[in-house]
Ligand binder design. Sequence first.
Ligand code: MN
Length: 242
Amino acid sequence: MRPRIAVPADTLTVATNIVNERNANYSPRPITEAILKSGGVPIIFPNVPTELIPEYMPLFDGIIFAGGSDVDPTFYGEEPHQKLGPTFFKRDQFEIALVQASLKAGKAIMGICRGMQVINVSLGGTIYQDLSEVPTKTLKHSQDAPGNFPSHHVTTKDGSYLADLVGKRPYVNSRHHQALNKVAASLEVTARADDHIPEAVESVDNNQILAVQWHPENMFKHYDYSRALFADFIKRAQHAPK
Ligand code: MN
């Protein structure tokens, strides 16, 4: 059996020209493609009340927390600051509970961009609501170049799980205006941009969680080190407890 990879959906909150597309569940197609091309079976989860999570747990081996809106800051004990972007409380509620349940169940966990932030918040960390709040000078992390182009380097930590997969200094894309502030105790930062902004975290105790601030799904086609992240993730999901 191929590993089954869950991707919790985002919700389209605006109306489109197609009837009833307001509040549609949706998920980035490049993530679906990356899962398929890496040997996994993608499954998109709609946003449902958290009490249904136990029903979903037997349906997947690994889970990818994808990009999207800002995490509602009330989940990490802050009220919204002026530069906070759009938030969606119900998605956060569902995903935070899913991170915790997936961790407990031994599922392989991957985070992409917002996904890395939601994982950090789920485990007790906090977020800078906007990069302008970082006390030191930061690089441009909201690139104007197309999303599949790299725009800044990151340096991986020697000896980390991530360094084995992507090498010492991958050139990555960047589409975030927030960053990890306090890092959860069970996570370790294993890549940083040159301004010291965390660009990847992994589990301290094992290799269950690997999350990156960039978008490897958009660089999948042309960059070995993006494919390596998905190939490794599918392998970890294959070995997750059934
Ligand atoms: Mn960045």
